[in-house]
Design a protein. Structure first.
Lengths: 258, 252
């Protein structure tokens, strides 16, 4: 190749390793499937709550207008369970709800297995190869307010450095990758596990950790929103910093395209 | 000789995959649900096997206190005897008229003493009351107090044969579903005849419903009519849940 003779004169920059590239795309694909099926599942019951319980007969924290189930009023035969005011009630549903959870949830879990298995391997390999230490975790010296402020300002003004196509990340970039890998993704997985009746029977700390099933479900949704926001900004930055070079870097692992 | 001792990445991967597979298989030497060659059902089965391997089988779900009891939607069938509904059961309607005095729960299949129990006879077994969370697959939850006889007591009385692997349930509203022995013998799995201190209401499955606390709500079948202990997985045929795209195991 012509590039190789040229690149030998440039300083040698490390490229994305095969393991980083493979896990990047597997996680990307699972995330897209998880996001899509997650919204399908949410459409069956587009209400969010806090605590352990929440249903159409109890007040919601947030109601999302994302299916015909939004604020549907189909309930009759309301009966109180106990005597006295404020008793919990039972009521029969008469409304034919939107519900595609059969395939939606099974596909959600299939994709989740790929995310979890590849994610755990990625974390282990990232620790033992020094990938996190060298590329992802910001150095203490970098975390000075002036440097952070400077990098933030240049991002807001869209003064984006041209990409190298390898893991030579800027400060904001390191911070956001760190937040996604070590905070948002683990949070979305743990809140997902906290919604399982079988897993929380065996590991009840998950329910305590998130203050109950419905709180975990609400946090799961907001963690998804954060990840979705990250995805949009990430794709935008890839385009602004040199789409072709970045895509070559993350697919064939080439960092010098001239 | 030297190359034989090298652990290549490929070898490592193969060893890893086969040992994980072996772990899952030994943990789940029981019969697995059918997949019909469908990749989603394969995912469900993988989740089932992983739960068997990684969750202590005797673990109990959280039990709540009386003040946690919440409002409780009744969904799906809310009256199997309703003459306006297409799959209305005349038998159920007649039983309802006598307040289920003539209702009998049949137990058959791989049991030494097949037979049937009246409601009074079921209430004669030692009972269990538990306040648990119902987790509907739609995303909502509700907490209720359930009183009933642990399914294991009834199965013990009927005397399960050694080749029994699944317990199938048939309901008045024409559902068929089954659970494995881990769930069937779990101490919180009830044939519930009481809810929130009263008889089980019509809309919630009168006179007797199942409570399978470690799975999503749709496994806790309402309006139970017949129990069959079997060796083979019963998928309920074309109208069964699993053939209509709904996972059989939903411990999730």
């Amino acid at each position: 190749m012509i590039e190789s003779s040229e690149s030998s004169t440039e300083p040698k920059l490390s490229r994305h390793t095969r393991f980083v590239r493979a896990s990047h795309w597997i996680v990307t694909l699972s995330f897209i499937l998880l996001a899509f099926t997650g919204v399908v599942i949410l459409m069956a019951h587009p209400r969010l709550y806090w605590g352990d319980t929440g249903n159409d007969l109890t007040p919601a924290l947030i109601e999302l207008p994302i299916s015909r189930n939004y604020k549907h009023g189909g309930w009759d035969n309301q009966v109180a369970f106990f005597q006295g005011e404020g008793s919990p009630v039972s009521a029969n549903r008469t409304f034919d709800i939107f519900n595609k959870n059969g395939w939606g949830r099974s596909l959600h879990f299939l994709a989740a297995w790929f995310l979890v298995i590849v994610g755990v391997v990625y974390l282990l390999v990232g620790i033992f190869t020094g990938h996190f230490r060298r590329h992802i975790v910001p150095r203490l010296a970098e975390l000075r307010p002036t440097l952070l402020w400077h990098d933030l300002r240049s991002h807001v003004r869209l003064r984006i450095r041209a990409a190298t196509g390898g893991p030579q990340y800027g400060l904001m970039q390191k911070c956001s990758y760190f937040a996604v890998v070590f905070l948002a993704l683990p949070l979305v997985v743990l809140t997902g596990l906290a919604m399982s009746p079988a897993i929380t029977a065996g590991y009840p700390f998950l329910l305590r950790m998130f203050n109950g099933y419905q709180s975990a479900r609400t946090i799961h949704f907001f963690a998804f929103l954060i990840l979705l926001l990250f995805l949009l900004v990430h794709v935008f930055m890839v385009i602004k910093s040199g789409f072709r070079r970045q895509m070559r870097g993350m697919t064939i692992g080439d960092s010098h395209e001239n | 000789m030297k190359t034989d001792e090298l652990i290549t990445r490929r070898k490592m991967l193969i060893t890893g995959v086969t040992s994980v597979g072996g772990l899952l298989l030994t943990a789940c030497s029981k019969q697995l649900p059918p997949t019909y060659g469908n990749i989603l059902r394969m995912g469900d089965t993988f989740t089932y096997a992983a739960h068997q391997a990684l969750i202590p089988g005797e673990a109990l779900v959280k039990e709540y206190s009386h003040k946690d009891i919440s409002s409780f939607p009744a969904t799906g069938t809310t009256n199997p005897g309703d003459p306006d509904k297409p799959n209305s059961s005349e038998l159920y309607r007649n039983l309802q008229r006598s307040n289920f005095a003539d209702w009998r729960l049949t137990i058959e299949g791989l049991v030494a003493r097949p037979g049937s129990y009246s409601l009074a006879e079921l209430k004669g077994f030692p009972s269990r009351t538990q306040i648990t969370r119902h987790t509907c697959e739609e995303g909502w939850t509700a907490i209720g107090e359930w009183t009933g006889v642990p399914l294991s007591r009834v199965l013990d009385a009927a005397g399960m044969l050694p080749n029994a692997r699944f317990v199938s349930f048939y309901s008045f509203d024409d559902w068929v579903d089954n659970i494995d022995m881990l769930d069937a013998l779990h101490p919180q799995t009830l044939l519930a005849y009481g809810m929130n201190g009263r008889d089980l209401p019509l809309a919630h499955g009168a006179p007797v419903r199942l409570r399978v606390e470690r799975q999503l709500g749709y496994k806790s079948m309402k309006y139970i009519q017949r129990i069959v202990v079997t060796e083979n997985f019963n998928d309920g045929g074309k109208s069964g849940n699993i053939q209509n795209g709904w996972a059989w195991y939903v411990g999730i």
